[in-house]
Design a protein around this ligand. Structure first.
Ligand SMILES: Nc1ncnc2c1ncn2[C@@H]1O[C@H](COP(=O)(O)OP(=O)(O)OP(=O)(O)O)[C@@H](O)[C@H]1O
Ligand SMILES: [Mg+2]
Length: 253
């Protein structure tokens, strides 16, 4: 992949290898190493937006980087499975996080065999529990999709996953720990409504990206969520209201 964005210091002069993983609307994600040549790390760069006023641009970049890092630090402290923040620089717009060895849930589901229903159920339950733990500590993700959650693989599994990557087909195993990533839109919110909207976003994203798996979503993912923290049942009831509003809106066009 090539990029139009020049790298910020110190990465512009570093001899550390950088591999571009994704180039989203807001950020570039590279795989690199940190402190030692054998410690893999994820470098997320938010390039400056030349069309924005420079003062505003700097302020927004700083706010987003700090907000994302604060939420990640809070999650780590509360035992939610997220990548650790290793370093950041809001002036130059980058964050380095622990590298999660594995694949996104989206990649894993796309590569799975239809026969793996038992594994699929377990995966959906693990997602429900992970989102429940997140909500229990007062954080709302803001962009829950299957590409913003990863399945951490044991080293032996990730070896076969690397081999799979080479052939373009991600490993089909659905086993591993769920790690939530991409907290660029996360907020520290304690309102039931915010949590219900978070689930609704996930439900909608899941339904459109993984129509084959949609049937098990409610039973497994929301089932596990419901038992994951004290106020979860209330959030699920609120989700019904959010869905209702969603349906009315789509009926009106
Ligand atoms: N810590 C990590 N370890 C391994 N891979 C990661 C890590 N963070 C991100 N990735 C990979 O990079 C992809 C993009 O990362 P991320 O979702 O954080 O960026 P983005 O969607 O471009 O961000 P934004 O929504 O802020 O624009 C992920 O889908 C995942 O494949
Ligand atoms: Mg993302």
């Amino acid at each position: 992949m090539t990029t139009r964005h020049p790298l910020p210091a110190p990465f512009s002069t570093s001899t550390t290898p950088l591999t571009l993983i994704t180039q989203g609307a807001e950020a570039l994600l590279y795989k690199t190493t940190f402190l030692t040549p054998t410690t893999p790390a994820a470098l997320k760069i938010r390039p400056s937006k030349p069309w924005r006023h420079p003062t505003l641009d700097k302020r927004l970049t700083r706010q987003r980087i700090l907000a994302e890092a604060r939420v990640l630090a809070k999650c780590k402290k509360e035992g939610v499975s997220v990548p650790a923040v290793l370093a950041l620089d809001w002036e130059n717009g980058w964050t380095v996080c622990e590298w999660v060895e594995g694949v996104t849930v989206k990649e894993a589901l796309r590569g799975r065999d239809v026969a793996q229903e038992g594994e699929l159920r377990k995966l959906l339950e693990a997602i429900g529990q992970a989102v429940g733990r997140l909500h229990a500590c007062g954080v709302v993700h803001g962009d829950l999709t299957s590409s913003n959650m990863m399945i951490r693989r044991a080293p032996s599994q990730s070896q076969s996953q690397k081999e799979d990557k080479g052939t373009g087909s991600p490993s089909s195993s659905l086993e591993g720990e769920i790690v939530l990533i991409d907290f660029g839109l996360a907020t520290q919110a304690t309102q039931e409504e915010d949590r219900a909207v978070d689930l609704y976003v996930l439900e909608r994203a899941f339904g459109s990206t993984h129509p084959r798996e949609e049937g098990l979503f409610e039973e497994c993912m929301l089932g596990a969520y419901g038992g994951s923290y004290k106020a979860a049942r209330g959030t699920l009831r609120r989700l019904e209201d959010v869905r209702m509003r969603g349906r009315k809106k789509s009926m009106l066009g």
